[in-house]
Ligand binder design. Structure first.
Ligand SMILES: Nc1ncnc2c1ncn2[C@@H]1O[C@H](COP(=O)(O)OP(=O)(O)O)[C@@H](O)[C@H]1O
Ligand SMILES: [Mg+2]
Length: 377
């Protein structure tokens, strides 16, 4: 079949005029004295009331002014010999702002590197600005809501703290007073009550610290602490959880490990890391807890033989609500969490001037979580 031969678009002598006339942004070419020498149809449409545009000064035609605007990107472009830009409002007859245009000015340079004029590329950004303003307003609203939420959590948890502290205290008193000969049932009920109330206390503390950490308002109550008995006490407290999952636990502790730290907060971090090791290791796992001291720092590590971490998971662990739901492990480990623990832990460790991190060789290869803090926080 014979093909009709058409001239190539690239060879069309009118190509540049075609391009110039087809661009939907405004194009205006000025000489060095800011006199308009050529415009495209978009500019003619926008400034139809000022026609003809060619021959007029840009500030007269486009801004109804008698002298150059200030600031003017085209003057800047001519002086600096490099592109300049500016957002300029356009006004109605009464001076009211009708919209905004973005003006990009490019110096025009001839073959001998002389500046001969300036090219103005004009884009209407009224709609874009409207959306930006709307987004800004929405953002303000969201910030306000977030502040209300934070204030609410802090208030509610504060209210909860007092009665729970009282209940925990009363249960401890009760335990101390209980007749050692009392029936096994009574003792185990007391143990359940005691564990439950301590857990509730820890949850409230976590929530409070979470809100404070969000506001960057964690205040430490620093004192001298030996981490060895601290770690041993925590392991005793979590003994029932470890037994429930048939994990073996190995301790690698020096005789003493003294630091200046906020005891309750550091306990919280250690509990978070240990609870995670227990939760994210399928039954019959191995958990190793180690404390090391250098002359200036102490390091705590808990390593497990659990589900491990992928590179992607490592990137989100310590973020706010950074929980990872691994449904494929349903029935083997806990698959849902709040994702608050490691975020709060990181804030606490960093408030002590320390660092916290996770290591793992990959899926099902176990993980190790460590933190290091200076001895004199
Ligand atoms: N020892 C661990 N092994 C594997 N994954 C872990 C371990 N510790 C934490 N993670 C992952 O990091 C996520 C964030 O932990 P965390 O902030 O303590 O939140 P949560 O335990 O409430 O989900 C968890 O959802 C879990 O998937
Ligand atoms: Mg956790």
């Amino acid at each position: 079949m014979a093909r009709e031969t058409r001239p190539d678009l690239g060879d069309n002598p009118e190509l540049f005029t075609l391009v110039f006339n087809s661009i939907k942004d405004g194009i205006s070419v000025l000489d060095k004295e800011l006199t308009i020498v050529r415009v495209n149809p978009t500019m003619e449409r926008w400034f139809s009331h000022e026609m003809p545009l060619v021959g007029k000064k840009c500030f007269e035609a486009y801004h109804g002014a008698h002298q150059p605007c200030n600031p003017c990107p085209s003057i800047r472009a001519l002086e600096a010999k490099s592109p300049a830009e500016e957002a300029v409002p356009y006004q109605g007859p009464g001076g009211e702002i009708l919209g905004w245009r973005e003006l990009h000015s490019f110096p025009l340079v001839d073959e001998s590197s002389n500046i001969v004029g300036v090219l103005e590329l004009v884009r209407d950004v009224t709609e874009k600005r409207k959306y930006e303003d709307l987004l800004k307003q929405e953002n303000e609203c969201l910030k306000e809501l977030d502040e209300i939420r934070q204030a609410f959590i802090i208030k509610a948890t504060h209210e909860l703290k007092t009665p729970v502290t009282n209940i925990t205290g009363a249960i401890q008193l009760f335990e101390a007073m209980a007749d050692p000969e009392a029936a096994g049932g009574t003792r185990s009920i007391l143990a359940v009550l005691s564990r439950g109330s301590k857990r509730l206390q820890r949850l409230i503390m976590k929530l409070l610290d979470f809100s404070r950490a969000e506001l960057k308002k964690l205040e430490l109550d620093v004192q001298i602490v030996d981490l060895v008995p601290t770690v041993k006490d925590i392991i005793n407290e979590l003994e029932y959880k470890i037994k429930e999952s048939d994990h073996r636990i190995a301790l690698n502790l020096p005789p003493a490990c003294v630091v200046r730290a906020d005891q309750l907060r550091i306990e919280e971090v250690i509990i978070n890391l240990l609870m995670n090791a227990i939760k994210y290791t399928p039954r019959n796992g191995k958990i190793t807890v180690a404390l090391d001291a250098t002359p200036t720092h102490v390091k705590f590590t808990v390593a497990d033989s659990g589900v491990g971490l992928t590179e992607e998971e490592k990137g989100i662990l310590f973020t706010k609500f950074g929980s990872i739901h691994r449904r494929q492990y349903q029935g083997k480990i806990e698959v849902y969490g709040t994702g608050v623990g490691l975020f709060v832990s990181r804030e606490i460790v960093e408030a002590h001037g320390g660092k916290i991190w996770a290591e793992s060789e990959g899926r099902d290869k176990g993980s190790a979580f460590s933190f290091i803090i200076p001895k004199n926080a």
